[in-house]
Design a protein around this ligand. Structure first.
Ligand code: 0O2
Length: 245
């Protein structure tokens, strides 16, 4: 993402005053180079973390003869979403404060087939000696009221630059295919602002029901997989022992 391109892209909106306050426009203009550098570091951290999960998956496919990770997706937070969060959390407008206080600028989503794979993969990743866990939210054991399920880890990983090593924050979301499917649909509903209230309420209810059905499906499929697997005791241990805090 290029800050200068972003500004010129949004120029028309800026002119008619729809983008954000003058304060933000001024901040982006005066800090364009520094912001660009910051976003580049986050992009590097995304590459770093993505590679680590790919390596783990390769190794698992050798040692356990199955690949726990189905897909890895990554994203750099969009500028619009970043501005929204900076405003919502009233983060002071400086690159340092944004780096310190916004923890999901770099995001990686690791999609696994089964819930227990999520904990096994997360455990292996967190055991790496240069990965530091900053925060963990387990929305699988404690789903959100709307039914959202995922394991969220905020970590720092080092990136190695020409003259320095930098610790960069990354948000890792681990979820099953069913959880991801649900979250994508729910995300669409969240941004569908023009729906009449009664329809929106009904869909919220339906989504909550779908989340429960999805969790049940995940657990039933996991039980079947356990029965098919010869070394399920090893997997049980990984799930039972995970204690990061
Ligand atoms: P995007 O497009 O990924 O940037 P926040 O809710 O961000 O103010 P916090 O504590 O950082 O506060 O959030 P949390 O609970 O760790 O969740 C952050 C991200 O998780 C969200 O990012 C979503 O990607 C995902 N998420 C959390 N709750 C839900 C949910 O109820 N439904 C769906 N579909 N996704 C959720 P952003 O910033 O919303 O979006």
């Amino acid at each position: 993402m290029n800050i200068r391109e972003y500004i010129s892209q949004k120029k028309k909106e800026i002119l008619i005053g729809r983008l954000t306050s003058n304060q933000f426009q001024q901040f982006f203009r005066t800090n364009a180079a520094e912001l660009q550098k910051m976003l580049t570091y986050y992009e590097c951290a995304i590459m770093e973390v993505e590679t680590r999960f790919k390596v783990l998956n390769q190794e698992f496919s050798l040692s356990r003869e199955y690949s726990p990770i189905e897909t890895i997706k990554s994203r750099l937070k969009s500028i619009d979403s970043l501005i929204e969060k900076v405003e919502r959390y009233q983060v002071p407008l400086s690159v340092k404060d944004i780096e310190d206080q916004i923890e999901d600028i770099a995001g990686i989503r690791v999609i696994c087939s089964f819930p227990e794979d999520i904990y096994t993969v997360a455990d292996c990743f967190l055991q790496q000696d240069d990965v530091a866990l900053i925060d963990c939210k387990d929305y699988i054991r404690n789903p959100k009221e709307n039914g959202y399920r995922s394991l969220h880890l905020i970590v720092t990983v080092p990136i190695f630059l020409e003259h320095e090593k930098r610790e960069v924050k990354v948000e890792v979301q681990l979820r099953t295919i069913a959880m991801d499917f649900w979250a994508s649909l729910e995300h669409k509903l969240k941004y569908k602002k023009e729906l009449p209230a009664d329809i929106s309420d009904r869909l919220v209810g339906e989504l909550l029901e779908c989340a429960t059905i999805g969790a049940d499906l995940d657990n039933r499929m996991q039980k079947i997989r356990r029965q098919l697997s010869e070394d399920s005791s090893e997997i049980d241990d990984a799930v039972d022992q995970h204690q990061w805090f």
